[in-house]
Design a protein around this ligand. Sequence first.
Ligand SMILES: [Zn+2]
Length: 153
Amino acid sequence: MRDITKIIIHCSATPHGRDVRAATIRRWHTAPPPVGRGWADIGYHFVICLDGTVENGRPLEKMGAHAANHNAYSVGICMVGGGTGGDAIGRYTPAQWQSLATLVAELEARFSGATVIGHRQVESHKTCPNFDVPAWRAGGMAPLADHVLEATA
Ligand SMILES: [Zn+2]
């Protein structure tokens, strides 16, 4: 197993409420340019869907492709949604918040000492994951009030 020292949270930067699955993101990442990125596999290790399902992406043993210069020793988690555009406020379902907290706790238990950060903390020109990961951590990984997507169905 790789040494894992960072757990990095992302968003898919897709419209709020749009159901996107790991298989779709895998296509975006593996299709040849200009349609996709032409990568060997999906860039993330986990995808957290709107209904809270945690789908597997790239195997954890394999280096991902999600944070420039930080892939070798990190795990990439993608929250579906987050909105589009540079000023988007990421909103996620209660089920997503619950699954994120559970997954991060599991990964922290497995990779003790790993730090949990948002993508924008290592790539300052990005806004991903469109919420403040340190604030979320400081709040005990409870959903951030301004970032909850209520069910519309
Ligand atoms: Zn990201």
